[in-house]
Design a protein around this ligand. Structure first.
Ligand code: GLP
Length: 242
């Protein structure tokens, strides 16, 4: 596990954006695993900037997002479909049929999870998986305890997570959906490379638990220490308990 600590958040975002851009340039058919949340907005902003400057071509890129809320249509302003359109897809030249996000309103959610796993497999697996970390230690929406061999499935969201994400729902945790579809920890570990980013003091305690505590299903993010090509990028604040 390679840990990089940057002087400030912007350097952390730049470092990750450069890793993703290099992956897109390196491979003729890059497959990215993408994430959502406030942290990631900064990374997408930098990737869009590179694209607009003519330095990054997404036309051969395929992507798979980690998760989506159950019950939110792609057009819902709080859905991760909408988040991705708003922050990345609408601003770069990715082909729409190559940008995958789980469908939270599929009539049969279990079938949707199986379909999603099969689509990742059919694309040849994920080359680089971008990850954030939630206050519960979740990656994607893998709330603890999540089995390290778990696959894409429906999960119940922790109250802590619903509170953490309520800023997108008029600060009302009750408006945050109770369930989500998420790639499993096992699905995530199958990616050829993992890159986890965390910035800010608010993430310091859980980052420390994930990196220094026991490798345990009680902290889903600790699973990334089992991966042989994982990079963690922190700013000094997120690294302050580590
Ligand atoms: C959501 C996403 C996670 C992400 C987390 C962190 O819960 N499902 O994948 O890691 O948000 O979000 P933020 O960057 O807003 O702290």
């Amino acid at each position: 596990m390679n840990v990089i600590v940057t002087d400030n958040p912007e350097q952390a975002f730049q470092c990750i954006a450069d890793m993703i851009a290099n992956e897109i340039r390196r491979s003729s058919t890059p497959v990215l695993g993408l994430a959502t949340g406030r942290t990631m907005e900064n990374i997408y902003r930098l990737l869009v900037q590179q694209h607009k400057a003519g330095a990054l071509d997404f036309s051969d890129t395929t992507s798979f997002n980690l998760d989506e809320y159950v019950g939110l249509a792609p057009t819902d302003l709080n859905s991760y479909h909408h988040y991705m359109q708003n922050h990345l897809f609408a601003h770069v030249n990715m082909q729409a049929n190559r940008a995958h996000v789980p469908n939270g309103i599929a009539p049969d959610l279990e079938m949707e999870c199986a379909r999603y796993e099969a689509a990742i497999h059919a694309a040849g697996g994920i080359d680089l998986q971008l990850l954030g970390i939630g206050e519960t230690g979740h990656i994607g929406f893998n709330e603890p305890p999540s089995a390290f061999d778990s696959r894409t499935r429906v999960v119940h969201l922790d109250e802590v997570t619903r509170r953490q994400n309520s800023c997108m729902f008029d600060n009302d945790p009750d408006r945050v959906p109770s369930h989500a579809l998420t790639m499993g920890v096992g699905t995530i570990l199958d990616a050829r490379r993992l890159v986890l980013v965390a910035v800010g003091k608010g993430k310091a305690a859980i980052v420390n638990e994930a990196l220094n505590g026991p490798i345990s299903e009680a902290v889903s993010a600790s699973a990334i220490r089992l991966h042989d090509n994982a990079t963690i990028i922190l700013d000094t604040a997120a690294a302050s308990d580590w």
